[in-house]
Design a protein around this ligand. Structure first.
Ligand code: GDP
Length: 303
């Protein structure tokens, strides 16, 4: 995973290591770094901002030629990235559900994202993950638009031995969500996971529908699901949802096939929200908690 992004980072440090750099050369190194970030699917605006931050932090720094200048650049890069990931913070979903459980109320998670990103599969994977932590889960089929969406979620849930709350196609998704909350409360379940629609005639419609669900259901947590392979698209979708509906954390799917790695970096940097999990395959167990330190180490430390 993410080899290309790792190369972008190691290229900038080794370029500095191999040359005696004057200011112009350092500019070139930084410019090439920006290009390789973009090639690794880091969103252009994020690549520019990152490069600018690194350049700013290097300005006026006297790199002692006797020491290893690549270390200085490497440290600056690490500092810039660590600051943005630590600002986004981290989330322990299991801990959150357990805390809410103490109040006797279900923890409600709303899943947001565009069709095809792996949202329904991710709902099932998260349900499986929570179930394995001895938490009781019910799902709600909030995508009442896409033909087959209710059956798809129901099939996943049946395989996992879970109940799905649903209504007919065309029903108000906010009402489905509310039904889910009532069901979870009545059955003293720990967690409700609500799937939602991902395509409507216009983005405006979709955003309004999602905002309505949020108003009615008042979820404890909103998870934005993005397909890591879609790079820049994933980032603009994240910005759109974050601006119009708001979300609290992201799941990046298809990370198993993603050699570029830029989406994780871009989403955290541009929305300030943490990545909770990576989807790493089509099976229910193919969900791994995102480890920020491991991700940063894998980018910044040579093998
Ligand atoms: P939705 O339209 O967003 O609900 O997307 P689906 O959940 O139907 O998933 C679309 C396709 O992506 C399905 O074939 C899934 O099996 C596949 N998929 C979902 N997550 C992953 C993942 O993490 N890795 C891989 N390789 N495939 C995935």
């Amino acid at each position: 995973m993410f080899e290309k992004l790792k190369q972008a980072f190691s290229a900038v440090t080794s370029a500095v290591r191999e040359k005696e750099l004057n200011e112009k050369e350092l500019d070139d190194v930084v410019f090439n770094f920006q290009l390789s970030l973009i090639e690794s699917d880091v969103a252009q605006s994020v690549a520019e901002a990152l490069t600018h931050e690194v350049q700013k932090s290097l300005a006026g720094t006297k790199v002692d030629r006797a020491s290893d200048p690549s270390e200085v650049v490497g440290q600056r890069l690490a500092a810039v990235l660590e600051a943005s990931f630590s600002k986004a913070g981290s989330v322990d979903l299991v801990e959150n559900v357990r805390e809410k459980k103490k109040t006797g109320e279900p923890y409600v998670v709303l899943f947001l994202g565009i069709n095809g990103t792996g949202k329904t599969t991710t709902v099932a994977k998260v349900a499986n993950f929570l179930k394995k932590k001895d938490l009781s889960v019910v799902c709600a089929a909030g995508d009442t638009h896409r033909p087959g969406a209710i059956e798809q979620l129901t099939e996943h849930a049946e395989r996992l031995g879970l109940k799905v709350v649903s209504q007919r196609y065309g029903a108000d998704p906010a009402a489905v969500g509310r039904d889910g909350v009532l069901y979870a409360k009545a059955h003293h379940l720990d967690c409700l996971l609500i799937d939602t629609a991902g395509r409507m005639q216009t983005n405006q419609n979709l955003m309004e529908e999602m905002a309505k669900i949020v108003r009615v259901v008042k979820p404890d947590f909103r998870i934005f699901v993005a397909d890591a392979l879609t790079g820049n698209d994933a980032v603009s979708q994240a910005e759109l949802f974050n601006q119009h509906v708001g979300f609290d954390g992201a799941v990046l799917t298809k990370a198993d096939a993603d050699v570029r790695g830029g989406a994780a970096l871009s989403i955290v940097y541009s929305t300030g929200k943490p990545v909770l999990f990576l989807g790493v395959g089509q099976g229910y167990d193919d969900l791994v908690p995102f480890d920020t330190q491991k991700f940063l180490d894998s980018l910044l430390k040579p093998d």
